[in-house]
Write a protein that binds this ligand. Structure first.
Ligand code: UDX
Length: 438
């Protein structure tokens, strides 16, 4: 059954959620104060690289199921549900999440809220936020018991729309049956398709997201810690991951060793969880996440150490960094290991050149000090070393016989290259987590 909804905040999460809701048949108003973003969205462009999203957006605009506004107006009053999808970035100078955009979203929606309508937070938040926002909403709407629920989103960049349409599970934190009923209605197509629907209290729903991301980050840093041991003992962390992954209790996913995790979620979410646990007096419970963070950051230094061991001092050496996005199929460079390695090499005096199929625009804005090259084969010319830092398909499938460099050295930071192929083309190949005989 069609419902009227608003989606507030049209970044990665909001734009994807708005399109997914329209796709399952709801009538969506997207609210985004940034006029530039609105101008792009009405043209059917989400404003970031996400396979399939722009096409789906254009389709839903054409079908008349989605429209965009820079602020609420009287039409928001018709909405049964208001989804809040604004960002909760890391506070500068602190590990805690900054919830100010949530507070303004509540302030903006309050005058347009019907008493029977529901506000649903989807942003990743410190546990306890929903209760505070409910109190704010009560003050600002004048309703004594406004309906506010929490519904964390688990989408991954690169497969965002698919993840929103067929999630592994739906988790909804509610305080009354009316909220649950509305959420069951809005997610009915997913529930009918067999997606597990878990109803919890607000705190559990908030914490589920932090816990899931902490677990994922821990898995990656676990295998990267094993990689550190493998590097000094002659073992092979790839084979190790494969061997332990056969145990179903461990599983083989998220055990790829390499330059580590980045992006707009895992790094900030583990830090926010540490900050919140500390505030709640149980900092010890997640103190281990400090190590998870440190192991992750050490992998970036490892690449620089390998470069120095091979080339001596890096000043005036041309280092080509393949990849800037934090992972393939994304143009997101937030907390990207690839970009961090490029910056570390630049600071060490190297003449760094960065290639990425889609993320260079973002790099140019943030780091004008880095040299960028759009053409892959041109980028290789005269390189003293090449670092594969993001596992884009074009790098994995590249024929090493087609590239021309000064010194045939490549470091596989993601363990994805066909080593024999690169060696046959005359390259010395190094990788993280294992010793390759060259
Ligand atoms: C993550 C969560 O997966 C998602 O559920 C949550 O909603 C948001 O955060 P995302 O940031 O899109 O999603 O990326 P993800 O695919 O989880 O990868 C995160 C980082 O870990 C990437 O930098 C990736 O390269 C790295 N990674 C992943 C590894 O280094 N090894 C692995 O085995 C898997």
């Amino acid at each position: 059954m069609t419902m009227k909804i608003t989606v507030i905040g049209l970044g990665y999460l909001g734009a994807t959620h708005a399109v997914a809701m329209a796709k399952v048949g709801h009538q969506v108003i997207g609210i985004e104060p940034n006029e530039q973003k609105i101008a792009s969205l009405v043209q059917g462009k989400a404003g970031f690289f996400e396979p399939g999203l722009d096409e789906a957006l254009a389709e839903q605009i054409a079908a008349g199921r989605i429209e965009f506004k820079s602020a609420h107006d009287e039409s928001s009053r018709d909405a049964d549900i208001h989804f809040i999808c604004v960002g909760t970035p890391q506070t500068p100078g602190s590990m805690a999440a900054d919830t100010r955009y949530l507070e303004s979203a509540i302030r903006d929606v309050a005058p347009y809220l019907r008493e029977d309508a529901l506000v649903v937070g989807k942003s990743t938040v410190p546990v306890g936020t929903a209760v505070k926002l409910t109190a704010q909403l009560a003050r600002e709407s004048g309703f004594s018991n406004p309906n506010l629920a929490w519904n964390p989103e688990f989408l991954r960049e690169g497969t965002a729309l698919e993840d929103s349409l067929s999630p592994d599970r739906l988790v909804v934190g509610v305080t009354n049956s009316r909220s649950e009923e509305l959420l069951r209605k809005v997610f009915d197509p997913m529930i009918q398709a067999g997606v597990p629907f878990l109803v919890t209290d607000l705190a559990t729903a908030e914490l589920v997201k932090a816990a899931a991301n902490a677990f994922l980050a821990t898995k990656i840093s676990f295998i990267n810690a094993m990689a550190e041991i493998a590097e000094v003992s002659g073992a092979d962390a790839n084979q190790l991951a494969k061997a332990i992954g056969y145990d179903e209790r461990i599983g083989n996913k998220f055990l790829r060793n390499g330059v580590g995790f980045g992006g707009g979620c895992l790094p900030k979410d583990i830090r926010a969880l540490m900050a919140r646990a500390q505030e709640l007096g149980v900092g010890q419970s997640v103190a281990y996440l400090h190590e998870i963070d440190k192991i992750n950051l050490r992998r970036r230094d490892r690449v620089i150490d390998l470069l120095k061991a091979e080339l001596g001092i890096l000043s005036s050496k041309k280092i080509l960094i393949l990849g800037a996005a934090f992972k393939p199929d994304s143009d997101d460079v937030r907390d990207s290991p690839a970009l961090a390695i490029a910056l570390l090499a630049h600071e060490a005096g190297a003449n760094v050149l960065v290639h990425d199929p889609v993320a260079l625009e973002g790099v140019a804005l943030k780091h004008p000090e880095l040299s960028l090259e759009h053409d892959l084969l041109t980028a290789f010319v005269d390189a003293d070393a090449v670092v594969l830092a993001t596992e884009w398909k074009e790098y994995r499938e590249l024929d090493p016989n087609t590239v021309s460099v000064k010194n045939k050295l490549i470091i596989d930071g993601r363990n994805v290259l066909d080593v024999a192929k690169w060696q046959q083309a005359g390259f010395r190949v190094l990788a993280l987590g294992r010793t390759i005989t060259n």
